[in-house]
Design a protein around this ligand. Structure first.
Ligand code: NAD
Length: 470
């Protein structure tokens, strides 16, 4: 078993206390994780502060080279990182799971390295010169969730480093291992203090969010915690990027040929056992086609192998932790009691590990918790509609808006409707696919700000106008 340690100011730091990280496939201890204290958070922030001037003053090309070196190191250690993710989070080695996550980390790091924010000239004439420059915002605190731990760490950290910020990251206590290893690898390339890592739960996260020497918090997690983070950040007016929960709707247009779309529909719903912020969580289907779609989709779902992520035959793993397993179970029971039909799944086996069967719920209605709240598991409620306008209105009726999708035979017709969805990303005939150059973020309570491409990069900067009279 790898020996895990915090990294602060370029050094491995052992801690007095530690906690178990459980393997969700069997409940065994995947590793012991060092547990930070508030005093260690303060040390990490001080190290990031001390490193800031040197790192931000480096020539741009040196930071690009550092990120490219980090991408190479992630690639070289792909197998180890991928296995750590499966052991701590549960997602599979096969299919779009842990290997996709590590491959994505490499691709996103390289894509971020390729970005730049050149100065903009507003005026340049005989009266004067005005240029707009972007400066690093300073010390960044990154707080990540447990569903895609390595991807989200990379999405937070690489743009911050690219523009010259220094970082303290805190992963979820459910899934700290791959991130601890990532930061260790990054410290082979970066000067001491540029990236630091602390571990622990709410107390540690809160200390980062309200720390007077942190300039920005980038947070990915639930809406409820996001609000707390924003509250903590308010005292010192820190900048925030909040990537929060969603409850994405998908609308199948009347008369859609469903067979060719089943595979994409499946992964849009069940990617990472549904524990994906922008997964399809409510499927609206026209009444004339309802029974056909429920039947064909359920038959497709039943064929997908679920089990231990280390076994290459499985494509979906367990739910990542007991808390989430209990939540998903309760939402399905609520739907059952309110008259929904559990077409497939719904009865978790009595076995070690948090395996929840892939579940399709028919006759779901908007008042059920599984429809109106984010259940974040391998469950899809299918809801009848009569008119497309009504489906759109119901899709837009929640206070979250991360993603949404429209499915149909004519991509142009579907696109017209998709543009009317109130969400950060509107997909057509797919769901939950990302591109490193397409800005990603939520509207309404799904968040503030975006990640990826130059829009994402700007979030780690402040604007300075230099206005020279001649
Ligand atoms: P969570 O909000 O419970 O925890 C997220 C992180 O915040 C963890 O590291 C946790 O330790 C920390 N934390 C807890 N209390 C804190 C506090 N008071 N101050 C500061 N930090 C605190 O979320 P989770 O259960 O780990 O993740 C699942 C949620 O994340 C879902 O709602 C999902 O939709 C969302 N998510 C959103 C995106 C996105 O990009 N929009 C991506 C992935 C996950």
């Amino acid at each position: 078993m790898t020996d895990f340690a915090l990294t602060i100011n370029g050094k491995r730091v052992a801690t007095a206390r530690s906690f178990d990280v459980l393997n969700p496939s069997n409940g065994s201890v995947a590793a012991r994780c060092p547990e930070a204290t508030v005093a260690l958070v303060d040390q990490a922030v001080a190290a990031a502060r001390a490193a800031l001037h040197g790192w931000s003053a480096r020539p741009d090309q040196e930071r690009v080279a550092a990120l490219m070196g980090i991408a190479d190191l992630i690639e070289k250690n792909h197998a180890e990182l991928s296995e750590l993710i499966t052991r701590e989070q549960g997602k599979t080695q096969s299919g779009p799971g842990a290997n996709l996550e590590v491959g994505g980390a490499v691709a996103w790091t390289r894509a971020t390295a390729s970005l730049s924010l050149p100065e903009e000239t507003i005026q340049d004439d005989d009266k004067g010169r005005i240029v707009v420059t972007r400066k690093p915002v300073g010390v960044v605190a990154s707080i990540t969730p447990w569903n895609w731990p390595l991807s989200i760490a990379v999405w937070h950290v690489m743009p911050a480093l690219r523009v010259g910020c220094t970082v303290v990251i805190k992963p979820s206590p459910f899934t700290p291992l791959a991130t601890l290893r990532l930061v260790e690898l990054m410290n082979q390339v970066l000067p001491p203090g540029v990236i630091n890592i602390v571990t622990g739960g709410p107390e540690i996260g809160q200390r980062l969010a309200d720390h007077p020497d942190v300039n920005k918090v980038v947070f990915t997690g639930s809406v409820a915690t996001g609000k707390k983070v924003m509250g903590s950040a308010a005292e010192t007016l820190k900048r925030v990027t909040l990537e929060l929960g969603g409850n994405d709707a998908g609308i199948v247009l009347p008369g859609t040929k469903i067979e060719p779309l089943l595979e994409k529909l499946f992964w849009g719903c069940f990617l990472n056992a549904g524990q994906t912020c922008a997964a399809l969580k409510r499927l609206y289907v026209h009444e004339d086609q309802y029974d056909e779609v429920v039947k064909k989709f359920s038959e497709y779902v039943q064929k997908i192998p679920v089990g231990d992520g280390m076994d290459p035959k499985n494509l979906i793993g367990p739910i990542a932790n007991r808390m989430q397993f209990d939540k998903v179970s309760a939402y399905v029971e609520d739907a059952r009691q309110r008259g929904a039909r559990i077409v497939t799944g719904g009865n978790p086996p009595q076995q070690s590990g948090y395996f929840y069967p892939l579940t399709v719920i028919a006759d779901a209605t908007d008042d059920m918790r599984v429809v109106k709240e984010e259940q974040f598991g391998p469950v899809v409620p299918i809801i009848r509609y009569k008119t497309v306008e009504e489906a759109l209105q119901r899709a837009n009726s929640l206070d979250v808006g991360l993603g949404g999708s429209v499915w149909g035979n004519d991509p142009q017709e579907a696109t017209r409707l998709a543009r009317r969805l109130e969400c950060g990303t509107a997909w057509v005939n797919q769901h939950a696919t990302l591109h490193p150059m397409a800005p990603f973020g939520g509207v309404k309570c799904s968040g503030i700000g975006v990640e990826f491409n130059v829009d994402g990069l700007r979030e780690y900067t402040t604007v300075q106008v230099v206005n020279v009279a001649l």
